[in-house]
Design a protein around this ligand. Structure first.
Ligand SMILES: [Fe+2]
Ligand SMILES: [Fe+2]
Ligand SMILES: [Fe+2]
Ligand SMILES: [Fe+2]
Length: 407
């Protein structure tokens, strides 16, 4: 029998309040941290951020003061968790170094979710955006080498390749083409619900990070690149959140959120290589089990439904941070030319010339100074070549093999 958080005791919410010393833990060492420890920290931070904001939204829609109080307590705890996790990132890791970690999560988390996703519509959504975040990693890597003289390979390790994906400049679409069809809450596998919850949290974290970080560099090009990629992250949040069935009740969504947090920390524990940080994941898992029991009780009390009627009796498999080089190459080779038209994915060459996509492209890319293109041109100019990290052979897409073709 696998791990079932509903059958574990966990820590009661009232016993979870941290003092300042417990919250302000020692950060990792950026020179020796495993790339996937860095990405786990980024992902967990995003999940906590989502937990906090979901709690606020729920409370704003709740009339009963009892419910508001319970949510206030759990939000306070999620805030403490968020702060603990976020401060695992050391002060000497620059915004741009951390940004590479963000895009590495976006690549290897998305690829893992896509590979294990049972619903074909959700899998297609993951594959589609995977190629876009993969391209962001390449653009920011060129910026990092140019601005800070650092080697991106020192951050991503030997796990993730760096070269053009679906070019960022081609990712900008009219918002009407960014909405997908949602899964059905009554027939969807729990794995699908957890995957959507996780990827929304991750993309939303990235969106927020770029919203706040775009004014940190002095270099105009860097500011522009954060703005441009930040707009795509907003597109990704809209894309992924539309997959969730909006007919789920607030209580059901709270339950799924807490269950997902349990699954996340259980996965982190199962896969973490840093002993000290593994201990932190274990403690946070116990805290989440306490939140899950609270959410289950609330659903029982206010809706007369048991958690067991929605959740399975064990976790199947942990979410693994792992290398997905061949998978990314395969998706690139077959889907690089896809764009969207309404809720459908279409080959860009099959769109009529008056499609919304081209009109929007023209509006945003019109003056020729597209930051994601400029960063490669400037790198070429300065270093005589662009930055790429290919370990598995030539680029899978012919038109993206030459530097100047990577528009
Ligand atoms: Fe949490
Ligand atoms: Fe991205
Ligand atoms: Fe993204
Ligand atoms: Fe929680």
């Amino acid at each position: 029998m696998g791990f079932n958080p509903l059958e574990e005791k966990g820590i009661a919410p009232e016993a979870q309040i941290m003092n300042w010393g417990q919250m302000n833990v020692e950060p990792y060492d950026k020179h020796s941290v495993h790339p996937y420890t860095r990405t786990r920290v980024i992902l967990a931070n995003g999940a906590e951020y989502e937990a906090v904001w979901f709690g606020h939204q729920f409370a704003r829609h709740a009339q009963d003061i009892e419910i508001k109080r319970k949510l206030a307590l759990s939000r306070r705890l999620e805030q403490q968790q968020q702060k603990l996790i976020n401060c695992l990132i050391p002060g000497d890791e620059t915004v741009l170094e951390n940004t590479l970690g963000y895009e590495q999560v976006a690549v290897d988390l998305t690829a893992w979710l896509a590979r294990t996703e049972p619903d074909p519509v959700v899998k297609a959504a993951l594959d589609f955006a995977l190629l876009e975040d993969f391209d962001h990693l390449y653009r920011y890597s060129n910026l990092l080498e140019m601005m800070e003289g650092k080697d991106p390979a020192d951050i991503v390790g030997d796990y993730t390749e760096i070269f053009p994906g679906r070019p960022t400049s081609e990712e900008h679409r009219h918002p009407f083409d960014g909405i997908r069809k949602h899964y059905d809450k009554d027939t969807a596998d729990i794995i699908t619900k957890l995957h959507v919850c996780t990827i929304v949290a991750a993309e939303q974290q990235t969106m927020n990070y770029y919203m706040n970080s775009c004014n940190r560099p002095e270099l105009m090009l860097a500011r522009g690149l954060y703005q441009e990629i930040g707009m795509i992250e907003e597109q990704h949040v809209s894309h992924y959140e539309s997959l969730e069935d909006p007919r789920m009740t607030w209580f059901e969504r709270l339950l799924v959120h807490e269950y997902n947090e349990c699954h996340l920390y259980w996965s982190c524990m199962e896969t973490e290589t840093d002993e000290r940080i593994r201990g932190i994941w274990g403690h946070l898992l116990d805290c989440e089990i306490g939140h899950l029991h609270e959410a289950a009780e609330m659903m029982q009390k206010y809706e007369g439904r048991s958690a067991e009627s929605i959740l399975p009796n064990a976790f199947l498999e942990p979410t693994r941070s792992q290398s997905n080089k061949e998978y990314v190459r395969d998706v690139l080779a077959s889907q690089v030319d896809l764009t969207t038209d309404g809720t459908d994915y279409v080959d860009v060459h099959e769109l009529p010339s008056d499609a919304r996509y081209f009109k929007y492209q023209k509006m945003v890319n019109e003056d020729g100074r597209v930051p994601s293109v400029q960063v490669i041109e400037d790198h070429l100019h300065e270093f005589g070549q662009e930055y790429r990290l290919s370990t598995e052979g030539e680029h899978p897409v012919e038109r993206l093999r030459e530097a100047h073709a990577a528009r």
